[in-house]
Design a protein around this ligand. Structure first.
Ligand code: SAM
Length: 277
């Protein structure tokens, strides 16, 4: 018997994958957590029926959410990751030799546990208890409200703006992120699909630009996510990602990110320029 799994991406659109088996299915305090093994994407983490990451294409998302901001900041030492329970963002962050500490605040311990068990190549830095990584199971919204002037870079590797992730897309959250950063700090958030989340992007870009002198949106092609095109938004107090010298990038052993991609990812088609002007 063939098994198929569908993620409903909008009311009228789904992505259906043929799967070999369901490796895990359980309910946490916050969401339904599943890991399915699919023929096209390999093992995938699914939260409340939404595909989060897959072993096939995770490198694109994790390299782009980490290396674009860390290569923009001149000297990133103290890093905070909000969410990111699969561990891919911390795996990429510890590739930067100058990083001294990576705090990760993930609300759902079950996501971390199943990622360590079923997605070891993604959760590698959590599995090995990397000495620079401190994992805290808690609410990133509360953590941000309490933090002040302590981080060089904050990476908001969150799920969709429903359920526990809803409060990670509000003006109040962005004010707290601004407060939690040092005077030359910057942050990045995954900000969904420029095809299917246009209202969200319009609003969050406006909210971030009201706080940060440099606000930039960038793109990556990610087959697993709605429309195959995903965007990230950066708010920066000082460093401009468009001004870095890409000839001086560190060797990061990446499969997607490089200097040319760093420059190109900020080039936006007109329909996206129009969303954020
Ligand atoms: N790459 C993914 C995407 O864009 O689909 C994001 C994956 S990562 C697994 C998202 C994580 O954010 C989830 O594990 C979820 O539990 C976590 N999360 C959601 N709301 C949160 C909150 N308020 N504080 C901390 N973590 C949160």
């Amino acid at each position: 018997m063939e098994l198929w799994y569908t993620e409903y991406q909008t009311k009228n659109l789904g992505l259906t994958c043929r799967i070999k088996e369901t490796l895990f299915q359980g309910q946490s305090e916050f969401q339904e957590v599943a890991v399915v093994d699919s023929l096209e994407f390999g093992r995938m983490l699914v939260l409340d029926g939404v595909f989060q990451t897959s072993v096939f294409d995770e490198y694109i998302y994790h390299e782009m959410i980490v290396h674009v901001p860390l290569c923009t900041h001149a000297n990133p030492k103290k890093i905070l990751v909000i969410g990111g329970g699969d561990g891919g963002a911390v795996r990429e962050t510890v590739k930067h030799a100058g990083v001294e500490s990576v705090e990760m605040v993930e609300i759902d311990g079950l996501v971390v546990d199943v990622s360590k068990k079923f997605l070891p190549e993604i959760s590698a830095a959590l599995l090995t208890n990397h000495p620079k990584v401190q994992l805290k199971i808690g609410d990133g919204i509360k953590h941000m409200a309490e933090a002040e002037g302590q981080y060089d870079v904050i990476i908001v590797d969150c799920s969709d703006p429903i359920g526990p992730g809803e409060g990670l897309f509000t003006p109040e959250f962005y004010r707290n992120v601004h407060k939690a950063l040092k005077a030359d700090g910057l942050f990045v958030q995954q900000t969904e699909s420029p095809f299917y989340h246009q209202d969200l992007i319009r609003h969050l870009y406006r909210d971030i630009a009201a706080l940060f002198p440099l606000t930039r949106l960038y793109l990556a092609n990610i087959p697993l996510y709605p429309g195959g095109l995903h965007c990230f938004t950066m708010g920066s107090k000082k460093y401009d990602p468009l001004q870095i010298n890409v000839a001086n990038l560190p060797e990061l052993n990446t499969r997607y990110y490089n200097g040319a991609v760093h420059k190109a990812c900020f080039e936006l088609p007109n329909f996206i320029r129009n969303l954020i002007r």
